[in-house]
Ligand binder design. Structure first.
Ligand SMILES: [Zn+2]
Length: 365
């Protein structure tokens, strides 16, 4: 069996890992955009994340991988079957990893309704698209800046709404489309339109790692993985399993995590101070902070959660001019983050360290 490079064996890039994990805990945060040069582990990380996510219980013969335990999240087909008194067959499946090619069209993504068949035979026939196979999985788009704007728009809508509705000539079909959206781009190959950029919930800029010891770790792990994928993955198996478990626990805890008005004021203060346009950032910070609290095993959101969420939600939403302003804004956020991290480290386990480090070496970014 093909062994994906373990997520926890990726050296450094803590911010990227945190953004991915939090989106996996709460896909409706609305997607992660990873910007960086080629060869910076972007696609490795996305694949690796899908591979470690907990298995899911599905309706065995449903192309949308409906969740049999949640009647609110059934596709039209499963709902009709259930309403007709059928008991839906169940199966357990791995979290899917769907790689969307940049040539994908709207029909390919959302699926199609066969109108001719509906008119001639009076039956509704829906041909599932990519969003069907992506439900409850991870949808990965490499070089998303090269994808048709309209299609990017559709993906972002579905990721945030968690549902795909296709309507034609008065006929409609609806199925759940809750997926972890991960887009990557190399800024040197063209930008994403600002309107689309703002709709990506989280954004991380990653760079190659300059630290020599860390570079040696990257090299060593890569070589060992290539020589003996199974042996290498076996070494990381326990750490991977621990993270899988922690994500599953966080998912279960998430609906119980609470906040009050003071947290909302803290978020508003932050976004007002940073002069962020619109209100999308505030909502994203809240959702991300809740996921971060759940990941830390806490039932109440705290300031560190809010700040660490802001660090992921703000970089692509700050005014680009004048440059000095942006830099000092980021510095101020950085200072607050430092304090928040220090506070978080006093408690345990540190919610900011997304992944336990391997036993033998301490890796620095
Ligand atoms: Zn279904």
């Amino acid at each position: 069996m093909f062994q994906v490079f373990p997520f926890t064996a990726i050296v450094g890039q803590e911010r990227m890992k945190r953004a991915l994990i939090l989106n996996a805990i709460s896909p409706q945060i609305g997607g992660v955009l990873i910007r960086g040069e080629r060869g910076t582990a972007k696609s490795t990380a996305a694949r690796a994340l899908a591979a470690l996510l907990p298995d899911i219980r599905v309706v065995a013969d449903c192309p949308f991988a409906c969740d049999p335990t949640d009647p609110d999240l059934l596709c039209d087909r499963c709902r009709e079957r259930r309403d007709a008194g059928e008991s839906l067959p169940e199966a357990v499946r791995q979290t899917s990893f769907i790689n969307l090619p940049v040539s994908a069209t709207e029909d390919r993504v959302v699926g199609t309704l066969d109108i001719e068949r509906a008119i001639k035979l009076g039956e509704r026939h829906f041909e599932p698209g990519v969003l069907a196979s992506a439900n409850r999985g991870l949808l990965y788009v490499d070089e998303i800046n090269l994808l048709d704007d309209h299609v990017v728009d559709l993906l972002l809508d579905s990721a945030a709404m968690g549902v795909n509705v296709v309507e034609r000539e008065g006929i409609s079909f609806r199925h759940p489309a809750r997926f972890i959206l991960v887009g990557t781009m190399n800024p040197e190959e063209g930008e994403l339109r600002p309107q689309l950029l703002d709709r990506f919930a989280l954004c991380v800029d990653i760079e190659g790692i300059a630290d020599r010891a860390a570079r040696v770790d990257i090299l060593e792990r890569r070589v060992r993985y290539e020589q003996d994928p199974e042996g290498f993955c076996a070494e990381w198996c326990a750490i991977e399993a621990a993270l899988t478990e922690r994500i599953a626990t966080a998912r279960a805890l998430l609906p119980e995590v609470t906040y009050d008005r003071s947290h909302l004021y803290a978020i508003a203060e932050l976004t007002a101070e940073m002069r962020v346009d619109g209100h999308r950032a505030d909502i994203v910070i809240l959702k991300t902070a809740l996921a971060h609290a759940a990941f830390g095993g806490r039932r109440v959101v705290g300031e560190p959660d809010i700040l660490l969420a802001a660090e992921l939600a703000l970089p692509h939403r700050l005014h680009r001019s004048p440059l000095e302003d942006t830099q000092s804004q980021l510095q101020r956020l950085e200072q607050r983050l430092e304090r928040a991290r220090a506070e978080a480290e006093e408690g345990e386990p540190s919610p900011s360290s997304s992944v336990p480090e391997p036993a033998k070496k301490k890796v620095t970014r």
